[in-house]
Design a protein around this ligand. Structure first.
Ligand code: ZN
Ligand code: ZN
Length: 370
């Protein structure tokens, strides 16, 4: 950080402490509450005081699998208040309520020109950190937001919209990207397997695209929430064979499209069986590498396609912001558990072992604000 940046930051820093609490990933299934330095910011950057950060399935997989080196501070569905801005930042000032994306692509490389943003090298660089190897940082009191994220991945939260609603911008974006991959046509029938928060968002987007939506989940508690959002074609997968039930509702064909929103490879086969010949299956939660058995004739003879989608699309940023900030859906309702930062370990534990009544889990450093 340049001298100018240091001065700029010091000017605003009367109320910014030198240290903060953070949930630090120290190794497989080992996340500890620690006191760490508040990150310093440089020119073009901003310091965000975190109010709410959603716990995402990808955080949980990184923590449980040890796929990433330790130490790190995870958390990337982050909303809060600008605490300080570095030199040259014009779009934001201290006190602004914002939500930040942690990945933004360059828009110029081969992958960006071909709209596969998640494969862009710049995109893969994480632009938000609370210390250590940049990893999002939302599970901490303060996050340093780097310049390209300030410029292209930081969004004001309008008046009357809560930090909780706003923290859904990134997950909604990833769901919109998945829907694009699925190329859903109006009047098609889609089965959404899994009605956790992501499955519900995908269901809402499918309905918005004009599709007839059938949903399934093992937990009746979740289906009750789905129902309350106006969905009436529900399959209780604890009592019924979802494949059979979908065929019965589609003149024996199967669904035009199937979205798998459960992170279990065992459901890939039933998802393909539930799709009609020529239908598509979107893998949305299969984020771990491995091997599965697939019937090759389902792809060749039955012409079913398997498509995947991962992470967010910068092209859908405005649309996802509009969807969330216009409250097209009351996303706060999908939050079942709110934990103070001090109880991050409990929050992660619950999110990693969903209960019938648990939906979206959020960590809220802002709970301690006075
Ligand atoms: Zn996420
Ligand atoms: Zn790029």
């Amino acid at each position: 950080m340049g001298i100018a940046g240091q001065i700029a930051m010091r000017d605003q820093s009367q109320s910014i402490p030198a240290t903060m609490l953070a949930a630090v990933y120290r190794g497989v299934n080992d996340v500890r509450l620690e006191t760490v330095p508040v990150p310093e910011i440089g020119a073009g950057e901003l310091l965000l005081r975190v109010h709410t950060c959603g716990v995402c399935g990808t955080d949980l997989k990184k923590i449980a699998s040890g796929s990433h080196s330790a130490p790190r501070i995870f958390g990337h569905e982050t909303s809060g208040v600008v605490a300080a801005v570095g030199d040259g930042v014009r779009k934001f000032e201290p006190g602004d309520r914002v939500v930040v994306f942690h990945h933004i692509p360059c828009r110029q490389c081969y992958y960006c020109r071909h709209k596969t943003f998640a494969q862009c090298a710049t995109y893969k660089r994480v632009g938000c950190t609370a210390g250590f190897e940049p990893s999002g940082g939302g599970f901490a009191e303060y996050v340093r937001v780097m310049d390209w994220i300030v410029e292209h991945g930081t969004v004001h939260i309008p008046h009357g919209i809560s930090f909780e609603q706003a923290c859904f911008v990134e997950p909604v974006n990833t769901c919109m990207k998945g829907m694009e991959a699925l190329r859903l046509q109006p009047a098609e029938t889609v089965l959404v397997m899994g009605q956790g928060p992501i499955g519900i968002i995908l269901s809402v987007l499918a309905r918005r695209a004009g599709a007839t939506v059938i949903t399934s989940d093992l937990y009746p508690e979740r289906l009750r929430i789905t129902k309350s959002l106006g969905f009436d074609r529900l399959i209780d997968a604890s009592q019924n064979d979802a494949v059979q039930a979908v065929r019965e509702r589609t003149e024996g064909r199967g669904a035009d499209a199937v979205i798998l929103a459960v992170g279990s490879d065992r459901l890939i086969r039933p998802a393909m069986d539930a799709a009609r010949p020529g239908g598509r299956v979107l893998l949305f939660a299969q984020t771990q590498r491995g091997e599965v058995v697939v019937d090759p004739a389902a792809i060749c003879v039955d012409e079913k396609s398997l498509v995947g989608s991962y992470s967010a699309s910068v092209d859908l940023q405005d649309e996802s912001v509009r969807f969330v900030m216009n409250r097209e859906v009351d996303l706060e309702r999908l939050i079942s558990h709110r934990f103070p930062l001090r109880e991050s370990a409990r929050a992660l534990e619950l999110a990693a072992h969903p209960q019938p009544a648990s939906m979206k889990v959020v960590i809220q450093p802002g709970m301690a604000w006075v």
